[in-house]
Write a protein that binds this ligand. Structure first.
Ligand code: PRP
Ligand code: HPA
Ligand code: MG
Length: 175
């Protein structure tokens, strides 16, 4: 089966919106330091673009979790592939994700992170598919775009590990 990519959100639209959300976060965290946690691999492009535009001090750490493998459907089982390097005690944690879909990944991750005694935990995502949620309790604090129920790629998002480097968000159309 081959696939085609249809542009959903072009590069300029995505960058403009990331600037707006970065300004909103900078205002909300005035006088504080943000400990950003990038959820690999998908979150890496968004985190770089976002972090560059935040005006309060930022520290970074990375966690790798996986549930989709090479499929367009979640396996339903979330695995920690790489854990954080640093403790979260007393930190203002901002989790940075590329997409919240079923919510399984974030529900699992937020649970794990909150047990490490941070001062606060907030969630920032590039994309949200609210219609697809199957678990409750994933509260999104900052979201760039709500999108419809379509499988998307680009800006870190993959289909079978491909297309992460597209500078825009596209919908995968199977032919
Ligand atoms: O809300 P959910 O249904 O759990 O889906 C969202 C998660 O799925 C994708 O990760 P994936 O497991 O594909 O790993 P990747 O980031 O390495 O592509 C995506 O980056 C999110 O982390
Ligand atoms: O729409 C999607 N695209 C890529 N990866 C994903 N992981 C969950 N939803 C998606
Ligand atoms: Mg993936």
């Amino acid at each position: 089966m081959s696939e085609k990519i249809r542009v959903l959100l072009d590069e300029e639209t995505v960058e403009k919106r990331i600037c707006e959300v970065a300004a909103q976060i900078s205002e909300a965290y005035k006088g504080k330091e943000i400990h950003m946690i990038c959820v690999l691999k998908g979150g890496v492009f968004f985190m770089c673009e976002l972090a560059k535009r935040i005006t309060v001090p930022v520290t970074l750490d990375f966690m790798s979790v996986s549930s989709y493998g090479d499929d367009t459907k979640s396996s339903g089982v979330v695995k920690i592939v790489k854990d954080l390097d640093q403790p979260l005690e007393d930190k203002e944690v901002l989790v940075v994700e590329d997409i919240i879909d079923s919510g399984r990944t974030l529900s699992y991750l937020l649970d794990v992170l909150k047990r490490r005694n941070p001062n606060s935990v907030k969630l920032c995502t590039l994309l949200d598919k609210p219609d697809r949620r199957v678990v409750e309790g994933v509260d999104v604090d900052y979201c760039c775009f709500n999108i419809p129920d379509e499988f998307v790629v680009g800006y870190g998002l993959d289909y079978a590990q491909k297309y992460r480097n597209l500078p825009y968000i596209g919908v995968v159309e199977f032919e």
